[in-house]
Design a protein around this ligand. Sequence first.
Ligand code: FRU
Length: 482
Amino acid sequence: MTEREQELIRLAKEEVEKNKEVVESAPYRLRYHLMPPVGLLNDPNGFIQWNGTYHLFYQWMPFKTGHGAKFWGHYSSKDLVNWKHEPIALAPSEWFEKNGCYSGSAIEHDGKMVLFYTGNVKDADGNRETYQCMAVSEDGVTFDKRGPVVELPEEYTAHFRDPKVWKKGADWYMVVGAQSKDLTGKVALLRSSDLQEWEHLGAIAGSSMNGLGEFGYMWECPDLFELGDVDVLIASPQGLEAEGMKYQNVYQAGYFSGKLDYETASFKHDDFVELDRGFEFYAPQTTLDEKGRRLMVGWMGVPEQDEDKHPTIAHMWIHALTLPRELKWIDGKLLQVPAEELALLRKEQLVEKSELLLSDDGVVLDIRESKAFEMSFSFEKGVSSFELELSDTVKLNFDASSRVFSLRRKSFVTEEWESRSCSLQVLTELQAYVDTSSIEVFLNGGEEVFTARIFPDGAVPEMVTVAGNGTIGELRVWELSG
Ligand code: FRU
């Protein structure tokens, strides 16, 4: 470890210690989500199950609640529920990463954990350089930096980052988020036989490619994997205009399903589908675990979307990661289901009801002032209308005649109600994970998901109310533990 690296790590640790009390006493501190110990967290990085243990890294700015020269923070877990905070994995100490160890991924090779990440470099005038770098670990805790392995291909501007690496056959492949020289968003594909020498095969998707029209000026955080009988490409494009219920956030995160031809480096794909319909979701990353599951975690935040207005800033921290979701490809649809291990979070069961008839007056459910709970509803025949009031800051509602499902929340900026919606043919299942200041809602076994931060003001609600027209088959609420 260089002296500079040691110094940066010392300063970051000092920052954690100095602010511990303020951060931990924060009323909106989450109970069962991963957060930064201080400062700002953004993208999940390096998600991998290695020697049986899950490792999840995150983009971290320890010194302020804004963006800057990022570190890689590190959590590990045996079960995706109980996480241990590990020592800092990467600090931006070297010339090729001096303005940040930006996002990247992890693989296993020869028994070692190998990280690929972007070394971000800026000069005094803000001109960028970008290096895709490698770091190797034998113990999964300390990382030996090997420096840049990929230089910028001439087709792109210096907005070229977030390498995601996987193996196919005898070769390694890497997708990188990019901006081509005409200032449009792309995903670049590279290949290597030894992880050291990488050949650029070309852009496989992007704005004005493969039948897609204009689609943004930069694509960040790509991920490519097989799911069922298709290849799925995830990307976070920047620069899309809102269109009806779609693309309502400042930046989007979604996927294309199709087939990647590894020989010709071409990807035929369908339309872009947003992965999450809520207010805060961006830069998700997946991994294939030892059980063969494709797991995904996202950032519960969006760059430049009122980040400076988050109420947690007063307590020196901002943002969190989403819960891990398992991805499935069923009948031509991507489904996202909460990882089954999340059942380990359940403590007391607070509500259990079956065959509950809904009415306009509503039914009150006593959740005993719980701030962290899971609700699960099933509706055998679907419902014609449904309204769930979770607190004074968040409501869910579905109307079968308009086929619209909405999540409404009180804005933490204006305190006005605002909504995110999607069209839904029928509502048969709803599962919601509520934490002190977040909500994740899964509809119809993961057909649609809504993620949002919520900042309830005033007293904790003792009750939630559910109203509508139709019958709830089964309803259960559990208190969840941190
Ligand atoms: C996405 C992103 C990445 C970059 C990282 C920097 O949120 O902008 O493209 O690597 O964050 O923290």
